[in-house]
Design a protein around this ligand. Structure first.
Ligand code: SF4
Length: 686
């Protein structure tokens, strides 16, 4: 929870590749062609290979598709493309038994492998439950035998959207159910002496996905023989920046936990686009291993490496946690008003960004402030609710005065930051909030406490500028100040840290604040000076997103190299990804695969274009019904492939219109939203 170490797992074979153990975290993608179409599938595999994809998954709905894997494999190998192939199986044991002959790994979904009844049975007696497990064992055992015979590894890939009736009846559609579904299958494998396993626990809900993986590690490591590798991914993440942010938050949060041996970024786009996002995400962790070698890993359980060495178990420390990693609960903070905008308590986290223009360039600064604060836009439009201005001299102070005058009423949303106590004092009477930067190693305390004791108008944010390596210094210093200020009766305080180790230093802060029962609001600050747009998007999504998914944060403050518009969108995308502030429609759209028989990407783009303004609504767009019922339970409306060029429409998990022609289906979906009173006209653009 407080520093990075990768969980050491058993190495599992993937053809010419090993996965887990000390191996780098691998990047995987999946074709969206029909696997029976050899040319199209080989061509897409080739493009994925050229993009650097390390593992390629193909959907195998039928035995015919499974048989065609042979042709696909032969063509790829003939072209010297040796990338390990994974067969993705839902439902069909016969397809699995055939596919295992032609791939390096087989993925089965424990929710629908040997579990055909869907939502037909809600109440299982213990005897019926056991009977079902016995039946699953009978159907599953031949696949395990054959996988062993062919030297093929297996991923037990649970999906939140497709749990079996049996599991849902006992555990609900929950992370606990997802974990039990996977472990049931792993028990069978271990009983049969087959250990070439890995797991995944996917959901389109980032918090559910994070909790499920953490819970799996806890339970599997307690019960199973080995620490098996993990394949990470957020399913149905959507497309564009939203899809990248959601994927980075879920996957990155677990990578920061030290979990994960392979990842897939699922985007409703050309699968080739997934590969650079995957590499951008794993780079930091693979680089850490390159620098630290094996010291960067912790064995949480006895593991066996590829050389068949048994590695010693190191127990985790039992430091008190900053939050419950298995169940979301927002950290309790007290509420305060900043210029009428509520911060902390149960109000949604607010957004702050930083002025890029220099204060000495008055016109540029004014126009940027107007762009970020957007005072002319409707009340609920996406805008930076506060913009922070850096003040370093008397000249800056004068320029700020002039700007505040020009901004009129919007001036109350301008906040300031400085590390000079004299300037700080003067700013307290000018702006709504002043951030005082406390530089590590510099003396400040007496002067600062003196100033804070006096009468003042602005709220104060104490921000520790941390240069260390993710230690507890910022937390201890800020808690010490908070203690003194509490005794002085100083109220309107917020706390933050600027650090390269955002997640760990903030968790420390919360740990120390919890210990002293401090409920001050916390501003999650994320700085990024990387000029590469994707790296900026991914890094801020991982750092800030992880904390909001942990329940930490009352405000998000981004200071990145992104454009003003991108930065504001990024902040709202992170809050939306954590589902703590819904500011636009959420599209839960799958990437599509060989089970898709309509133009998914085009449909997703049209639906997004026509329905994005429906704030707070969740719309599922699925290539097929495999994950449908479960994910539909999470979505308000669903648009699901139902056969060649046909769509079924859902309200929640109930199918309300079947087999609609593809070219009418978007209009019918909008009509359905209107019938349910959820439609509003899009705002007119003047
Ligand atoms: S939900 Fe989408 S990605 Fe998943 S199996 Fe169906 S079509 Fe393929």
């Amino acid at each position: 929870m407080y520093h990075y170490r990768r969980r050491l797992t058993r190495e599992v074979v993937f053809g010419n590749l090993f996965l887990g153990g000390y191996q780098p975290i691998r990047v995987e993608s999946m074709t969206n062609t029909h696997t029976s179409d050899t040319d199209a599938t080989v061509e897409q595999c080739r493009r994925l290979y050229e993009a650097g994809c390390e593992i390629i998954r193909l959907t195998v709905p039928t035995e015919k598709d499974a048989e065609n894997l042979k042709n696909i494999r032969e063509q790829l190998r003939r072209d010297k493309i040796m990338t390990p192939l994974v067969a993705d199986i839902h439902f069909s044991a016969r397809a699995a038994l055939k596919a295992v002959e032609f791939v390096e790994n087989i993925r089965i979904n424990p929710g629908n492998y040997a579990n055909k009844k869907k939502f037909s049975h809600n109440d299982y007696t213990d005897a019926e439950y056991q009977e079902e497990i016995d039946r699953v064992r009978l159907e599953f055992a031949p696949l395990v035998e054959k996988a062993r015979e062919y030297g093929v590894s297996m991923r037990i890939g649970t999906n939140h959207g497709s749990l079996s009736d049996r599991i849902v009846s006992r555990y609900g559609n929950s992370p606990e159910g997802m974990v039990e579904a996977a472990i049931e299958f792993a028990r069978i494998c271990e009983e049969m002496g087959y250990y070439e396993l890995l797991f995944s626990m996917k959901s389109s809900n980032v918090k559910v996905m994070i909790q499920a993986y953490r819970l799996l590690v806890k339970q599997a490591d307690a019960e199973l023989r080995y620490a098996y590798p993990l394949h990470l991914g957020v399913t149905e993440a959507g497309d564009g920046d939203e899809g990248r942010v959601k994927s980075a938050m879920g996957t990155g949060s677990l990578l920061e936990d030290g979990l994960g041996d392979t990842i897939r970024i699922s985007l409703t786009e050309d699968p080739v686009h997934e590969v650079p996002v995957g590499f951008a995400l794993v780079k930091k962790y693979n680089d850490f291993h390159l620098i630290n070698g094996d010291r960067g890993h912790i064995p949480l359980k006895h593991v066996v490496d590829s050389r068949n060495h048994r590695i010693k178990f190191i127990p985790t420390t039992d430091e008190e946690p900053a939050f419950n990693p298995f169940q979301y609960q927002r950290r309790v903070s007290h509420q305060m008003s900043l210029a009428g905008v509520m911060i902390g308590g149960d109000s949604v986290p607010k957004v702050e960004t930083e002025l890029h223009a220099s204060l000495s360039d008055s016109d540029a600064a004014y126009h940027e402030l107007v762009q970020r604060l957007a005072p002319q836009k409707p009340v609920d439009a996406l805008r930076s609710e506060f913009v922070s201005v850096r003040v370093e001299s008397d000249a800056d102070l004068e320029a700020l005065d002039e700007l505040l005058g020009r901004l009129g009423d919007a001036a109350r949303f301008v906040v300031a930051s400085t590390n000079d106590v004299l300037l700080f004092t003067q700013l307290l009477n000018k702006v709504t909030k002043v951030r005082c930067d406390i530089l590590e190693g510099e003396r400040f305390e007496n002067d600062l406490l003196q100033v804070l004791c006096n009468e003042r108008l602005a709220a104060v944010e104490l921000c520790f500028i941390h240069k260390g390596a993710g230690d507890s210094v910022p937390a201890e210093v800020l808690a010490h100040l908070a203690e003194k200020l509490r005794k002085q009766g100083t109220q309107r305080l917020l706390f933050s840290i600027v650090s390269d180790h955002v997640i760990y230093t903030y968790r420390r802060l919360v740990q120390v604040f919890n210990r002293r029962a401090f409920d001050y609001p916390v501003v999650v600050r994320c700085k990024g000076d990387n000029h590469e747009r994707l790296a900026n998007i991914i890094d801020s999504a991982v750092q800030a997103g992880t904390l909001f998914c942990d329940g930490i944060g009352d405000m998000i403050a981004l200071a990145t190299a992104l454009s003003a518009e991108d930065e504001i969108n990024q902040a709202f995308n992170i809050l939306q990804g954590a589902r703590i502030r819904m500011s636009k429609t959420e599209f839960i759209s799958c990437p599509g695969c060989g089970r898709t028989y309509f133009e998914l990407e085009k449909a997703a783009a049209t639906i997004k274009q026509r329905m994005s303004h429906l704030k707070g609504l969740k719309i599922g767009i699925m290539g097929c019904i495999v994950n449908g019922p479960g994910e539909m339970a999470d979505a308000d409306f669903g648009y699901v492939g139902a056969g060649k060029n046909c769509i079924s429409l859902y309200v929640g998990r109930e199918c309300v219109a079947e087999n609609i022609a593809e070219d009418e289906a978007v209009d019918r979906l909008i009509a359905l939203v209107q019938e349910h009173g959820k439609w509003v006209e899009p705002p007119t653009i003047l």
